[in-house]
Design a protein around this ligand. Structure first.
Ligand code: C5P
Length: 413
């Protein structure tokens, strides 16, 4: 993800960014920058150990606010930095969270300002997110794992760690997540959880229908809308499986991605996962036809001027098949289709909704949206039409997930 993907996402949010000691402090500097770019105000609080790795001056310059280190800081009128700082925050994120810092939290210790304000926070109102960073042996140590379980049980959200090269020269688990990943995690954490407990299956992107080993037929779908929907669904608390055709897009964090090539591969993957899903959203631009047979070897030009004759056969309709499955018919699987039209959006969308047998169809103007970062959508269901005016695909995906969640929870009621 690039920084633009997060613009404005944390507007109006106030984040306390805590740094405990560790080489990963340099990533906290970048994280602080990304938080402010996303619109958050950031109050940095550092432990003495963190100050060995990066200076409070650097963090002040990046956050635009004086940094707090000591609980004896005389600046607050009431001399209670731990109370003031923890009450103002929408969330406290400790990145890096060292093994020692996590051990302090596990025991409810408050020897330094950062641990003190974590302890003093109103647990129900101010979430605490921890981004651990440490050597692989420290990470794997039973004491650390015990402390992690304890802090999670006490209400902290422990973010994962990455696997890879470590500052100490060793290789393994315990690397802190990258700044952009931490930002994605925080945005997801703060999003309303309208799809908690739901399993969502999404198809996205084009398909590739082989002519021979080096050629094939595909289309201009970028997959951006489907990927944005997968991200929004995961942020809303769903367990998301994304069946993706050939696209060059990063996998949204926390989303299970299955890469496929042809329509038949997409059909097999989607119908398999549809057995366990609660919601199916078909955004893929599936090829309607494929070459009747794919040549085993590259078709050669023989100089005679003769061109190969391609015959076509129809591909399976993934959406129609899943929408007509027993689970969908029994109301256990809510199916959403997309329609890329070039004219008469509403009439075509209504007709397609009936033809595909889906409760909700989302129409957009095909040629105007492929590859673009924004779009406009028309939602058609048996209640009528809902318009989602032109906006970024990111914003539309969030709105669409909200609309789907509303309809699905209506089903349960
Ligand atoms: O029939 P048409 O391609 O216009 O329908 C579009 C909708 O059907 C989209 O939701 C698309 O993902 C889905 N579809 C499918 N399998 C196909 C063709 C379309 O799932 N073979």
């Amino acid at each position: 993800m690039n920084a633009m993907d997060f613009a404005g996402e944390l507007q109006g949010r106030h984040i306390v960014l805590g740094l405990s000691g560790g080489a990963a402090c340099f990533k906290a500097a970048e994280y602080c920058r990304l938080l402010t770019k996303a619109g958050a105000t950031v109050q940095v609080v550092m432990t003495e150990a963190a100050c060995q790795f990066i200076t409070p001056v650097a963090m002040q310059a990046l956050s635009g606010r004086p940094v707090y280190v000591s609980q004896w800081d005389a600046r607050p009128d009431n001399a209670m930095a731990h109370i003031n700082l923890s009450r103002e925050a929408d969330a406290i994120v400790v990145a890096p969270a060292s093994a020692d810092f996590i051990a302090q939290l596990a025991q409810g210790r408050a020897g330094e300002l950062l641990a003190l304000l974590c302890l003093a926070r109103p647990i129900e109102q101010v979430p605490l997110l921890l981004a651990p960073a440490m050597n692989r042996e420290m990470w794997a140590h039973p004491a650390t794992q015990r402390n992690l379980r304890q802090v999670a049980q006490d209400g902290a959200q422990v973010l994962g760690v990455a696997h890879g090269a470590q500052a100490c020269g060793e290789f393994g688990d315990g690397r802190m997540l990258e700044a952009a990943e931490l930002l994605e995690e925080l945005i997801a954490f703060l999003a309303p959880k309208s799809l908690l407990g739901q399993r969502v299956l999404i198809t996205a992107g084009p398909t590739f229908e082989a002519i021979d080993p080096v050629r094939g037929i595909t289309n201009l779908s970028s997959g951006k809308m489907g990927f944005a929907i997968a991200r929004a669904a995961r942020e809303a608390g769903a367990e998301v499986t994304l069946v993706a055709g050939p696209v060059h897009l990063p996998t949204p964090r926390g989303v299970h991605r299955i890469d496929v090539g042809s329509a038949r591969q997409m059909h097999a993957a989607a119908t398999g996962h549809a057995q366990h899903a609660h919601i199916f959203i078909a955004t893929a631009a599936v090829a309607d036809w494929r070459p009747a047979s794919a040549a085993e070897h590259k078709i050669k030009k023989d100089g005679s001027g003769q061109v190969p004759q391609l015959g076509f056969v129809e591909n399976p309709d993934i959406l129609a098949d899943i929408a007509h499955s027993a689970r969908a018919q029994a109301g256990e699987l809510y199916c959403v289709g997309f329609a890329a039209e070039s004219q008469d959006l509403q009439a075509n969308a209504q007709a397609k909704r009936v033809r595909k047998g889906v409760p909700l169809l989302v129409a957009n103007l095909g040629p105007a949206t492929f590859g673009k970062d924004d779009n406009a959508l028309l939602l058609v269901d048996d209640e009528g039409v809902t318009e989602l005016p032109r906006a970024s695909k990111r914003h539309l995906a969030q709105q669409l997930i909200h609309e789907i969640a509303r309809r699905v929870s209506g089903l349960d009621a």
